[in-house]
Design a protein around this ligand. Structure first.
Ligand SMILES: C[S@@+](CC[C@H](N)C(=O)[O-])C[C@H]1O[C@@H](n2cnc3c(N)ncnc32)[C@H](O)[C@@H]1O
Length: 392
């Protein structure tokens, strides 16, 4: 069985609370890829147990600070706790959808489980979760209060390259339903679990979409970077007069239209396949304006080196969105770059307001839905910012 001894600096870092240990902070020991090993301080005292990666800069992710080796009961308790939390939030429903296990935030590093009805999509991003995959799938089925008809492994995210892991898409159980439908309150939408983004859907924006729709009655709405169009569909269902959805993805656009059809709002929602940066500029020069604009782009900063480029992108995008709003209009602006902290994002939005020559209120600064909890010791789990801004 492997073991790792930390340097004095590594020990201080672990005692500071963050469970990730960098390779430079390991003074000795050996372990296999993905192995669960005991972690010790330089004097040989146990600091807990962690999952080892042979390639990533994050060489260890602590799963417990207790000296006792985690066994089946330990992991089952973690999965059960995650399931109970989603049940408490009212998100666990065999016709609905939720993030059931949010990796580090649920203290199961590298392991995501999203539920779409009775289909579960699992995603493993580190060697440790890969090594435990079949075991974790078994625990998932044991912990859920209803039976899963289908389990898909969508371990195809780009971060796997840091762990020297290949991309993998596998059906582990049952068959994927074509046009798989999810029910969320009165909304019905389609999810493509094999080819859609992430595990098929952006579950983190669920509550923000509902809030953005609050004042949609009789309004003209722009949903930019719309993916499956659920900000727009929600707004249309809440009484918006006209909704324009934009995204560069053709397959997403087809789902937008089918989602609009399913919810009885196809007559007032349009989709255009477009580069949003360019499209926002064109809309302005053609004289269009909106009462509500949503801009929810992909992460502009995937690492720290990209932050200054991302700043330019966020400022310019939001400047263009503000320029399209009527006086008193609502801008819902999101950033899912965890390298851009909330305070920096607000600064970028202020710059956008200045450049657009608009006074802007920040009415609410929100995060992801609660099924994507933030583990306070791991700031990286707080990635989504969603600002509700009033353009005066
Ligand atoms: C974070 S997702 C949007 C999620 C969506 N708002 C929702 O509520 O599900 C970002 C979307 O931006 C799209 N995208 C990325 N770059 C784009 C661009 N330059 N122009 C238009 N769409 C783009 C992607 O196809 C993806 O659907």
């Amino acid at each position: 069985m492997g073991k790792a001894t930390l340097s004095g600096k590594g020990r201080r870092w672990v005692l500071g609370g963050h469970p990730w240990i960098y390779r430079d902070d390991i003074a000795g020991g050996e372990a296999e890829s993905g192995e669960l090993i005991q972690v010790e301080d330089p004097a040989g005292n146990s600091l807990g147990w962690g999952l080892f990666s042979s390639t990533s800069k994050i060489a260890l992710r602590l799963v417990t600070r207790q000296p006792v080796q985690p066994k089946r009961e330990f992991w089952l308790e973690r999965v059960q706790r995650a399931v109970q939390a989603r049940e408490r939030m009212g998100f666990l429903n065999p016709r609905g959808a939720c993030r059931l296990i949010a990796a580090d935030a649920d203290r199961i590093p590298g392991w995501i489980v999203d539920l779409y009805g009775t289909t579960a999509v699992v995603q493993s991003s580190i060697q440790g979760s890969d090594r435990m995959r079949d075991f974790l799938v078994e625990l998932l089925e044991a912990a859920l209060p209803f039976k899963l008809d289908c389990i898909v492994d969508r371990s195809d995210s780009s971060v796997r390259r840091f762990e020297d892991l290949d991309s993998r898409v596998e059906i582990l159980k049952g068959q994927v339903t074509e046009g798989l439908e999810v029910h969320e309150d009165d909304l019905v939408y389609e999810v493509d679990v094999l080819n859609g983004h992430k595990t098929g859907h952006y579950l983190d924006q669920r509550l923000n979409r509902q809030l953005a729709a609050r004042e949609a009655q009789g309004k003209r709405v722009l949903d930019a970077f719309c993916y499956d169009g659920l900000f727009g569909v929600r707004a249309a269902m809440a009484g918006a007069e006209d909704v324009l959805c934009l995204d560069q993805s053709g397959p997403a656009g087809e789902r937008v239209l089918r989602n609009a059809e399913r919810n009885g709002v196809a007559h007032k929602l349009r989709f255009e396949k477009a580069n949003c940066m360019q499209a926002l500029r064109n809309l302005k020069s053609e004289g269009h304006s909106f009462d509500i604009a949503i801009v929810d782009p992909p992460a502009f900063a995937r690492n720290r080196r990209e932050i200054s480029g991302a700043e330019r992108g966020y400022v310019e995008l939001n400047r263009r969105a503000l320029a399209l709003l009527e006086a008193g209009g609502l801008l819902v602006s999101a950033s899912c770059s965890y390298n851009v902290r909330a305070s920096a994002f607000v600064k970028f939005l202020a710059s956008a307001g200045r450049l657009a020559e608009r006074d802007v209120w920040l009415e609410e600064l929100r995060g992801a839905s609660p099924d994507h909890p933030q583990l306070l010791a791991v700031p990286e789990t707080a990635y989504l910012k969603c600002a509700f801004l009033r353009a005066l």
